[in-house]
Ligand binder design. Structure first.
Ligand code: RRO
Length: 338
């Protein structure tokens, strides 16, 4: 019996050693990425130093903090807090301004040689259109994520929770914008809402959607102080990290099922291990963004998570992401237990 087990282990070990390292490359809107992992907009991507750190990391691409036309100092601090299970933020769109990120694209990103995306979050629709009109001429920006889901601007609703408004935005954008572009969506929680949003998105030539932004307007409390932990908006802020993974996986899965195949889904939410990234890809993600974990661990997280993802793929006998992307199985077992 013992010799049988040893033989099996040896056989499996040898066969895996013989396999080449799994390929975790992908493409977004036809732009090649040598690694499917990159940062979520907002995480470690506001300053030139942060962006340079990302460019020099193992990430396959990088995206800047959502930009407005002008520089914004953002909401008062404390506005970002980590807990055991995730994060809460209310940065209030603190960013360097459109010209800052455009100069970075032209002067630095070119030399750093990795696809650089910009995230656009104008304070008005006209502001968004102005920035996109300029980006329509810029070759140094690989693609644009139009953020329709910032939860932290006092008095401003999340655009993508208003279906009519989203339709109006996309209608105006696609009158002139022809370069790679996607939208960053908030989490949805109702099947009807997934269906209504997918119907709108399917009627435009966008190349990707990113699911999900933080879960808006959560509240984290410090029990000792009997107080909220962040200052803006009475303590209300966007929730990220471990806690949001089931919601992000559900959003990736549902949009992967409902969107036309030309629209790729980029997974974002609760990824801190190779297994988390694998789960997003199994649900249909074309690439996977990392936010809270990048903030906690720094840009070296891309190395660690890539190695874990490759090791898991090797263990399962997968050579490329296409071997398992979207192939999530549903439960067909007979009912057992409670
Ligand atoms: O800056 C923010 O407060 C912020 C933005 Br723009 C966003 O899209 N998502 C988020 O959690 N925070």
């Amino acid at each position: 019996m013992l010799s049988v087990i040893i033989t099996t282990l040896n056989f499996q070990g040898n066969s895996k050693l013989d396999m080449p390292s799994p390929d975790i490359s992908t493409q977004i809107a036809g732009i090649p990425l040598d690694n499917c992992l990159y940062n979520a907009s907002g995480a470690w991507c506001t300053s030139e130093q942060e962006l340079t750190d990302l460019a020099q990391s193992a990430a396959g691409a990088y995206i800047a903090k959502s930009t407005t036309i002008a520089y914004r100092a953002g909401n008062p601090k404390p506005r970002y807090v980590e807990t055991d299970w995730g994060t809460i933020n209310s940065m209030g769109l603190a960013n360097g301004g459109f010209d800052f990120y455009l100069s970075f694209a032209r002067e630095k990103a070119q030399q750093l040689g990795k696809p650089f995306f910009m995230s656009v979050a104008g304070l008005t629709l006209e502001n968004n259109l102005d920035m996109l009109r300029r980006l329509a001429q810029v070759d140094e920006v690989a693609g644009v994520e139009l953020n329709l889901s910032c939860p932290n601007l006092p008095g401003k609703p999340q655009t993508a929770y208003d279906f009519q408004r989203t339709e109006e935005v996309l209608h105006k954008v696609f009158k002139f914008y022809k370069r790679p572009i996607g939208v960053k969506l908030p989490p949805y929680f109702d099947i009807i809402h997934f269906e209504r949003m997918a119907e709108i998105l399917n009627s435009y030539p966008l190349q990707f959607v990113t699911c999900i932004n933080s879960i808006g307007n959560g509240l984290v409390i410090d029990i000792d102080k009997e107080a909220v932990v962040i200052k803006p908006k009475g303590g209300f802020g966007g929730i990220g990290g471990d806690f949001v993974k089931p919601t992000s996986l559900a959003n990736v899965r549902k949009f992967y099922e409902l969107l036309k195949p030309e629209i790729q889904v980029i997974g974002c939410g609760g990824v801190k291990s190779g297994q988390d990234a694998f789960e997003h890809i199994l649900c249909g993600a074309q690439a996977v963004q990392i936010g809270s974990c990048l903030m906690k661990e720094g840009a070296s997280c891309f190395d660690r998570i890539s190695s874990e993802l490759r090791a898991l793929m090797l263990e399962k006998g997968y050579q490329s992401l296409d071997d398992f992307r979207g192939k999530l199985k549903v439960n067909t077992d007979e009912e057992k237990g409670y």
